[in-house]
Design a protein around this ligand. Structure first.
Ligand SMILES: C[S@@+](CC[C@H](N)C(=O)[O-])C[C@H]1O[C@@H](n2cnc3c(N)ncnc32)[C@H](O)[C@@H]1O
Length: 277
C-alpha cells in the first residue's frame, strides 16, 4: 500500500467545518472526561494534560507531534509547558491554520510545522525528548517503519505516546475485513486508514526497541467525545452544509458508525513507550 496525498482529503477540508463540531482547540481525537458534567473543551484540555503527564513533561522539552491536525497539542504544550514543538502533517491547510494560531497566541517561535508524511521526512536523529501520535498512526501503512523512525528521532530516555482506535482483537479485524459495506469508513471519509489490534502496535514498538511503560484504555472516553461531536454536528448542520450539501449527514453517519463499535469491535488505547537503551 503506498501512502498518497489522498490520505488527507478529509483533513484538507475548510478548517471552519471542524470548528463547527470540535472543541475550540480543534483536537480531533479522544478527550478525557473526569466527571459527568465536563464539557468537550474541558475534557480535551484534561486529555492534553494527561499526555503531558505520560510524557513526564516538566517544561522546555523538545517535542515532535506526528499527525498534528490543527495544532491542538503543539500549541498547548508550547503555551502551558514552554515546549519547543514541531508538528507534521501532509495537509497544507492545517499548517496555515496553526501558523495563524501560533502568531495570535504569541508562541510562534516555539511552534514549527512541516508539511509531509512522517515516513518520508528527513529528521535529525536523537533530536527530541518526546514524540506523540494521536489518532494518526491509523493512516500509516508500515507500523514497523513508524516506530523505528520515532525511536531514531528520540534521545535516549525519551518517551513516545501513541493513542489510537484498535480492533479489540485479531479476529475482530478478520471479521470486519470480510464484511461488505465497510469501505465507507475506510475510503469515503478519510482516504486510506487501517485499524489494527493493540497487539500489532505493541509488537511494532517492541521490535523497534522500545520498552512499554503504560497502556491506558480510553474507549469510554472516545465514545463520549464522539457523542459530543455528533451533538455539535446536529447543532451546526446548516453551517457545515454550506461547505458542501449533505456533508453534515455524511459526517454524522461516519461518527455514528464509529460509536456503534466500541467495546464490541473496537477499543481506544493509549500506549506509552520509553527509548530506554
Ligand atoms: C485524526 S487526525 C488527528 C490530529 C491530531 N493528532 C489531533 O489529535 O487533533 C489525523 C492526522 O494525521 C495526519 N496524517 C495522516 N497521514 C500522515 C502521515 N503519513 N504522516 C504524518 N501525519 C499524517 C492527518 O493530516 C491529520 O492531521
Amino acid at each position: 500500500m503506498t501512502v498518497t496525498a489522498d490520505t488527507n482529503q478529509h483533513y484538507d477540508l475548510d478548517p471552519d467545518i471542524f470548528g463547527q463540531f470540535l472543541d475550540p482547540l480543534r483536537k480531533y481525537s479522544s478527550a478525557l472526561y473526569t466527571s459527568d458534567t465536563d464539557t468537550l473543551e474541558q475534557a480535551q484540555r484534561t486529555k492534553l494534560r494527561f499526555v503531558a503527564d505520560r510524557l513526564g513533561l516538566r517544561g522546555g522539552e523538545r517535542l515532535l507531534d506526528v499527525g498534528c491536525g490543527w495544532g491542538s497539542l503543539i500549541l498547548f504544550m508550547a503555551e502551558e509547558f514552554g515546549c519547543d514543538t514541531l508538528g507534521i502533517s501532509p495537509a497544507p491547510r492545517q499548517h496555515e491554520y496553526i501558523a495563524e494560531q501560533a502568531a495570535a497566541r504569541g508562541v510562534a517561535e516555539r511552534v514549527h510545522t512541516r508539511v509531509g508524511h512522517f515516513e518520508q521526512l528527513d529528521l535529525p536523529h536523537r533530536s527530541v525528548d518526546a514524540v506523540t501520535l494521536l489518532g494518526s498512526i491509523v493512516h500509516m501503512p508500515d507500523l514497523g517503519e513508524v516506530f523505528r523512525r520515532a525511536r531514531a528521532v528520540l534521545r535516549r530516555g525519551g518517551t513516545l505516546y501513541v493513542s489510537e482506535s484498535c480492533f479489540r482483537n485479531a479476529s475482530a479485524r478478520t471479521a470486519f475485513d470480510s464484511r461488505g459495506g465497510t469501505e465507507f469508513v475506510r475510503e469515503d471519509i478519510f482516504g486510506w486508514g487501517d485499524l489494527r489490534p493493540l497487539s500489532d502496535l505493541v509488537t511494532a514498538a517492541e521490535d523497534a526497541g522500545f520498552s512499554i511503560i503504560a497502556v491506558d484504555d480510553l474507549t469510554d472516553h472516545y465514545r463520549r467525545t464522539i457523542d459530543d461531536w455528533i451533538a455539535n454536528v446536529y447543532a451546526s448542520a446548516d453551517r457545515i452544509d454550506a461547505h458542501g450539501p449533505g456533508l453534515a449527514a455524511k459526517l454524522r453517519h461516519y461518527l455514528e458508525i464509529a460509536n456503534a463499535g466500541w467495546g464490541y469491535t473496537t477499543k481506544h488505547y493509549a500506549l506509552t513507550c520509553r527509548n530506554a537503551r
